[in-house]
Design a protein around this ligand. Structure first.
Ligand code: FUL
Length: 502
């Protein structure tokens, strides 16, 4: 039996008035706007299309490469001789092929890391590939990668470290900001379309004082690459750790107070998006999290870490905890001194891809019958069938102030599954605060998974379940709920999948 759960706005209003009265009895009446206003404001925050495009990439690559690769360091000094940069077999096509085969959609290259060495022949410094032995000083790593990305159908992103240990003007606000912007313009104009620009906020404790012209940097990106998302800027934020884990409740709707001038909220805060957090913010914005992590302990290549490539289980756990928690996974693959992604990393990525492909190849809920306890205005365009039609652009919607609902799915016959995927229709906002998943087993509904924020994608893992009927319960949402997609999958034993690979 389907239950019809409807929390009407009048119920909310009554609750708010009641709480207000209680507050009045306890002390002075608060001037706070009603909770319904906050909920409605939060629910109506929407992403920019460039943020949606970024999120749909899901899995992207970082490439950390510079003089550090040749000095065995993580952070350089700025005093390295450019001549030490001399990869013997650099092949950006190999990077692009490896990334494409791994299912990644974009590559972000450290065009300049903190040491200041430029992987492209910048006109504004001598500290670059043009004074290295590589390709007799005629090479351009950024150019080679841009070309390879085009060939392999990948998008390109660039990292340009604001902190620059080599540049003499660093510390002089006017001169360094002009220098940095000149470099940024070179990158924004000479390599075709960029999909992401990565501004790293890191800076060593002994670095000179330097006030970056963030607003000016962002304005250049917007002017010259309007489709590029800005990391650590207005579009996307750092998830808050380098281990590969997003929060169990990862909200893309955040409150932004006046005191962060486009910078970060407290990235270490476990809660950034609850209504308690949003209350009191000057503005609510769409600000989703990117999860950056390296496939090895270091960001740069170190031969001593060849046997420390993350295990398949660790990578899968990271995937479910980043892509599966409303975030984008930015996985770093550091080229070695040859200028190639090492064989061990390539092998692990092939295994990782094989498991993901085997798991997600067949959606057992695709085309299944679905019925919801409520539908927006009984509108057939937003009926429950939209979540099983395989089309991410159609979606079920509950209707305003229907904040709890159920959808029952009939798979047609008994199926065995151990993975579930839920996706909200994020162009309309992020609304669901809590959900549960049940299966009809032995004549009753039994819970198989439960979670909080969904957003673009939520993946759940659980023990094997064999059932014909499943039920999604939306327990709490803001204003209304939407779902664009629902999937059920089965991951078999990894040994079986890996055996087929070799
Ligand atoms: C940090 C940097 O200091 C690391 O070297 C690395 O580039 C990482 C992605 O960001 O802030």
């Amino acid at each position: 039996m389907m239950m019809y759960l409807r929390v009407h706005w009048r119920v909310w209003a009554t609750m708010v008035i009641f709480l207000g009265l209680l507050g009045g009895l306890a002390g002075p009446i608060s001037a706070q706007p009603p909770l319904t206003d906050l909920i409605e404001r939060a629910a109506r925050v929407r992403p920019h299309p460039r943020q949606v495009a970024w999120q749909q990439r899901e899995f992207i690559a970082f490439i950390h490469f510079t003089v550090n690769t040749f000095t065995d360091r993580e952070w350089g000094t700025g005093k390295e001789d450019p001549a030490i940069f001399n990869p013997t077999e650099l092949d950006a096509r190999q990077w692009a092929r490896v990334c494409r085969d791994a299912g990644m959609k974009l590559i972000i290259l450290t065009a300049k890391h903190h040491d200041g060495f430029c992987l492209w022949p910048s006109r504004f410094t001598e500290h670059s590939v043009k004074n290295s032995g590589w390709r007799d000083g005629q090479g351009d790593v950024v150019g080679e990668l841009a070309k390879a990305c085009r060939e392999f159908g990948l998008a390109l992103g660039l990292y340009l470290s604001p902190w620059d240990m080599h540049e003499a003007t660093y510390g002089d606000q006017e001169k360094y900001n002009a220098f940095y912007k000149n470099q940024l313009v070179e990158l924004l104009t000479n390599y075709g379309e960029l999909a992401e620009v990565w501004f790293d906020g890191a800076k060593g404790p002994n670095a000179r004082d330097m006030e970056y012209d963030w607003t000016g940097y962002y304005a250049l990106v917007r002017e010259l690459q309007p489709n590029a998302v800005i990391f650590n800027g207005p579009d996307i934020r750092w998830v808050g750790n380098e281990a590969g884990y997003a929060r169990p409740s990862e909200w893309s709707v955040l409150g932004r107070s006046r005191d962060w001038s486009f910078g970060q909220p407290n990235a270490q805060d476990g809660d950034l998006g609850s209504l308690e957090k949003l209350a009191g913010a000057d503005r609510l914005v769409w600000y989703p999290a990117e999860t950056d992590v390296s496939i090895r302990p270091g960001w740069f290549y170190h031969a001593g870490q060849d046997d420390k490539v993350k295990s398949l289980a660790a990578l899968l756990d990271i995937y479910y905890s980043s892509v599966g928690r409303n975030s984008v996974l930015l996985l770093n693959l550091p080229p070695d001194r040859r200028g190639l992604i090492h064989e061990n990393d390539v092998r692990r990525l092939r295994e990782f891809r094989a498991v993901l492909d085997a798991t997600f190849a067949t959606n057992l809920a695709l085309g299944a019958q679905a019925a919801a306890s409520c539908v927006l205005d009984q509108d057939t365009a937003h009926a429950a069938g939209a979540i099983t039609d395989g089309d991410p652009d159609t979606y079920w919607a509950s209707g305003d102030w229907v904040t709890a609902a159920e959808i029952e799915i009939d798979l047609g016959r008994q199926r065995t599954f151990n993975r579930a995927c839920l996706q909200e229709y994020i162009p309309a906002g992020q609304r669901i605060e809590e959900f549960a998943l049940d299966a009809w087993l032995d004549g009753q509904w039994k819970p198989i998974a439960r979670g909080t924020a969904i957003g673009y994608k939520r993946l759940e893992r659980f023990d094997d379940v064999t059932a014909r009927r499943v039920r999604i319960r939306i327990l709490r949402s803001r204003l209304s709920a939407t779902l664009a997609n629902f999937g059920l999958y089965y991951q078999g034993p990894t040994e079986d999948i890996l055996n087929k690979l070799n």
